[in-house]
Design a protein around this ligand. Structure first.
Ligand code: ZN
Length: 226
């Protein structure tokens, strides 16, 4: 397990060099997955980094982020791109006093704009910040990919009996409609994809691939700093 900042005293935190910030979301994930799905995935991903990177610690999770596209589905909460970006910018300004670098890992693709704003400001201010959104082939939201991840991570939290196919048009082709009317306008059940065929084994493979990608990204980032 990666060391969590919340489990350290300030004396122990003095050896922290790289702060990893997991960013989740509180948004609908169809009828069968929890609102915290992206949070569970982001936390598992950073926890899986282990002790192999010297001085790496994880911060408490930011569990409400930019989920405006999921508005109207009960339980979805969003602070929007501008505010999320500012939260992350201030977090980096605070962290810079005691750590050398910050890695922000988002389990929610809708945070991409906030992450790129952070990267821009961090660049101007001379901070060492890596922003990371896991890239996975597969469906976009509450479909086979995320259902598999959750069957691996927390099967007791998946209500497979309620799983339904959503809209299966590639998300790229839905971009305009999503921008204008949000997720509710293209898929009434909130699913962008199809959970059919999801399995814990597939989820384990996907998580391992995500963990390897993130580890390599962090290693390259830290090498470039040294
Ligand atoms: Zn998700």
């Amino acid at each position: 397990m990666t060391t969590a900042l919340g489990q350290l005293t300030t004396l122990e935190a003095a050896r922290a060099k790289v702060l990893v910030v997991p960013v989740g979301s509180c948004e609908q994930h169809g009828p069968h997955l929890l609102l915290s799905t992206d949070t569970v995935v982001a936390e598992a991903l950073v926890a899986g980094l282990g002790e192999q990177i010297d001085g790496l610690v994880t911060s408490p999770t930011i569990a409400i982020s930019a989920s405006g596209e999921h508005e109207g589905f009960p339980g979805t909460l969003s602070i929007g791109t501008e505010v999320l970006a500012q939260v992350l910018i201030e977090l980096v300004r605070s962290a810079r006093r005691t750590v050398d670098a910050v890695v922000v890992v988002s389990g929610h693709g809708g945070n991409a704009d906030a992450l790129s704003k952070l990267a821009t400001v961090a660049g101007f201010e001379g901070d060492h910040v890596l922003v990371h959104l896991p890239r996975l082939d597969g469906d976009a939201h509450a479909g086979r990919t995320e259902t598999s991840l959750m069957l691996h991570l927390a099967p007791h939290l998946v209500d497979l009996g309620r799983a339904e196919v959503g809209v299966t048009t590639p998300v790229g082709e839905l971009a305009d409609a999503l921008r204008q009317g949000g997720v509710a306008s293209v898929t009434p059940n909130g699913v962008l994809g199809d959970p059919t065929g999801a399995s814990a084994e597939e989820g384990a493979r996907l998580l391992e691939q995500m963990r390897q990608d993130l580890t390599v990204a962090i290693q390259h980032f830290l090498e470039a700093l040294s």
